[in-house]
Design a protein around this ligand. Structure first.
Ligand code: FAD
Ligand code: UDP
Length: 382
């Protein structure tokens, strides 16, 4: 039987490979990097012993029961709740915006209903249908909170004014009228005891799976395979023929210190005149471990050049029309499925990545079992 190629050993590729290997398929998994797990890669720092999230902080959370059961087969998930702090003009607040943030910021002692009424009174009610990030913020939290928490941070993160960004970016963050400062609303949250790379190692540990690291896959290799699941960049597959899809990249300035550097896993810096967006202190992602030394990442965001790691898809009108052209090209391909954050050019949390990978494997197996051709497709584009 002809083999299947999996391009990319991140969660997208690893989950599909695992599911198909269990169903009896033989797979070659390629990754251009020297390690598994894509952007979720974690490894222990030799000097401090701390488990480091090499491509930036990753917290696992989901409300999807199937995804939660699935990942728990491959490592023990330790209790962890992401409680982000934010520094604004040398004062520290809690995020996402909650009753404590509102009361501290305005020097009040509002009850939940008083805080709700207050935010309604300071929100800009003339904005009935927010058209962009700035309008969404002004409508729902008002100018003072917007200026303090969102304007500067967002300009640093995205390199443009919030009025140029879509409202959907801000909608990722809840506003709460109680003292719950859990960053996520998900039903399940935790950290894998042995790190994300350990999970991917176990996903790929199957006699039907052959992993090739340091190996870039391109179209010229496609003929050897009956089907390809491609989690690399969609524009890259077509040799960037229509132009490059825009991304933001991140620079991490790493330093090591004695003791505890900041007392929390993530602290955001919201003021525009501080050049970094946030500092993550990685030992606090593993609170069940103890380390005398500590390691931090100071995170800076900038436009992604050709040789940088693509992190956040920009996805504004210009990029979406370029993406539409790549989708047209993708529809003309045969025996390839574009998956994952780069293959579909979307920001995807790990749990969404895993859910889509499970569903992609399900539909592939169902189509093959029914004897139907699997058409070329992209998972949930645009
Ligand atoms: P990737 O992890 O990018 O894997 C794709 C792989 O394909 C890469 O290893 C790449 O080297 C390889 N590849 C590409 N092209 C080729 C080629 N031609 N040949 C061979 N190999 C190739 N999610 C959460 O749930 N919680 C978080 O807290 C969180 N934090 C994040 C923080 C940051 C800064 C970012 C950017 C993302 C975060 N995410 C988080 C999202 C998470 O990183 C993604 O869900 C996940 O990485 C998607 O997996 P993937 O397999 O689709 O892509
Ligand atoms: N954001 C902000 N201030 C903060 C945190 C977030 O302005 O302190 C904005 C920023 O534009 C960010 C968006 O809200 O891109 C979504 O936040 P999230 O924490 O989901 O960002 P990510 O995890 O993608 O970095």
């Amino acid at each position: 039987m002809q083999k299947i190629a999996i391009v990319g050993a991140g969660f997208s590729g690893a989950v599909i490979a695992h599911q198909l290997a269990r169903a009896g398929y033989v797979l070659d998994v390629f990754d251009s990097r020297p390690h598994l797990a894509g952007n979720c890669h974690s490894e222990r720092d030799a000097e401090t012993g701390v488990m480091v999230h090499v491509y930036g902080p990753h917290i696992f959370h989901t409300s999807n029961e199937r995804v939660w059961q699935f990942v728990n087969q491959f490592d023990q998930f330790m209790p962890f709740v992401n409680r982000v702090k934010a520094v604004v003009k040398e004062k520290v607040f809690t995020l996402p915006i909650n009753l404590l943030t509102i009361n501290q910021f305005f020097g009040k002692a509002f009850s939940p209903s008083e805080a709700r009424q207050f935010l309604e009174s300071i929100g800009d009610s003339s904005i009935t249908a927010p058209k962009n990030f700035e309008e969404q913020a002004l409508r729902f939290v008002g100018k003072d909170l917007y200026d303090a928490f969102f304007k500067g941070y967002t300009m640093k993160q995205w390199g443009m004014h919030p009025s140029e960004l879509t409202a959907s970016i801000l909608k990722r963050l809840p506003v709460r009228f109680n003292y719950d400062d859990n960053y996520y609303n998900s039903a399940f949250q935790g950290m894998p005891k042995n790190g994300y790379t350990y999970i991917v190692e176990r996903l790929l540990d199957h006699p039907n799976i052959h992993v090739m690291l340091n190996t870039k896959f391109d179209r010229s290799m496609a003929a050897d395979f009956q089907h390809i699941f491609y989690s690399g960049p969609i524009d890259g597959w077509f040799g960037f023929s229509e132009g490059r899809l825009g991304y933001r990249t991140l620079d991490f300035e790493t330093s090591r210190h004695d003791g505890d550097f900041q007392g929390n896993a993530v602290i955001n810096y919201c003021d525009a005149d501080i050049p970094w967006t946030r500092i993550s202190e990685h030992k606090h992602f593993s609170p069940w471990e103890s380390h005398e030394k500590t390691l931090i990442f100071k995170e800076y965001s900038r436009f992604c050049g050709e040789n940088d790691v693509p992190y956040y898809p920009i996805r504004l009108a210009q990029e979406k029309s370029l993406l539409a052209r790549y989708i047209d090209l993708a529809q003309q391909e045969r025996d390839i499925t574009f998956v994952g954050r780069l293959g579909t050019y979307r920001y995807l949390d790990m749990h969404v990545t895993i859910q889509e990978a499970l569903e992609t494997a399900d539909s592939f197996l169902a189509a093959r079992a029914a004897g139907t051709m699997v058409p070329p497709f992209i998972v949930n584009p645009l």
